[in-house]
Ligand binder design. Structure first.
Ligand SMILES: C[S@@+](CC[C@H](N)C(=O)[O-])C[C@H]1O[C@@H](n2cnc3c(N)ncnc32)[C@H](O)[C@@H]1O
Length: 208
């Protein structure tokens, strides 16, 4: 999806209080004092602020998002709460503009399904994690391959379902990118979303 398409949907949603998550990634993340963290698709910045408190002043948390409206809300909240150990980065998720081996913990909630190149995203996650670093990701997968008329429709992709891939393809992509052992922490039954059935899950893995 282009930045323009992301902005079209998400800068408007930044002004609402609707829940945009699809799982409890942060609740499984177990952030430690002094850790360097990244939230991919950080939205209004709520999880970044929670992580910043947990890692303390010796830690640091980056939030990454492509929607200007989301970044504005997140930066405003950090300023209002006088949170110093955070930075919000404007970027598409296929590129993580941070050095290799620099992040101890990556979280993401209901964002990676939007990526047009999921292999690029997971390769970037692998690249920026430190050795022994971990990810905890909540996301959506589809019960069947999404028909091309929806998968190639940016508006349907922005609605968090048409960009999803099957569970098998999802886990194979992780494996191909270096995450050979992935733990499923929570998983829903299939439910209707748009024109297809999807499930949500929260997964965890380490860069060994
Ligand atoms: C469903 S919302 C989730 C927001 C937040 N993680 C939460 O749980 O509330 C998805 C977020 O990912 C961002 N996003 C979607 N596609 C993106 C992309 N390709 N690159 C960067 N950010 C993207 C959107 O702007 C939005 O803030």
């Amino acid at each position: 999806m282009s930045t323009q398409e992301i902005n079209k949907r998400y800068s408007k949603l930044a002004e609402t209080s609707c829940c945009l998550s699809c799982g409890g990634a942060i609740n499984y993340a177990e952030p430690q004092k002094g850790e360097i963290c990244l939230d991919i698709g950080s939205g209004r910045g709520t999880d970044v602020i929670r992580l910043s408190d947990a890692v303390g002043e010796t830690g640091f948390v980056y939030g990454q998002d492509a929607a200007a409206g989301m970044l504005k809300k997140a930066r405003e909240m950090a300023a209002k709460l006088l949170v110093k150990n955070v930075e919000f980065i404007e970027s598409q998720i296929e590129v993580i503009p941070l050095p290799a081996d620099s992040i101890d913990l990556i979280i993401s909630n209901c964002t990676l399904n939007h990526a047009s190149d999921k292999k690029a995203v997971w390769s970037e996650i692998y690249r920026v994690l430190t050795k022994g670093g971990r990810f905890v990701v909540s996301d959506i997968y589809s019960s069947e391959t999404v028909p091309p008329e929806y998968a190639n429709n940016p508006e349907a992709v922005a609605e968090c379902w048409a960009g999803s891939v099957t569970r098998e393809v999802y886990l194979q992509t992780l494996n191909d990118c270096g995450f050979s052992s992935v733990e499923i922490l929570e998983e829903s039954k299939p439910y209707d979303k748009g024109k297809i059935k999807v499930s949500s899950f929260t997964i965890k893995g380490f860069k060994l």
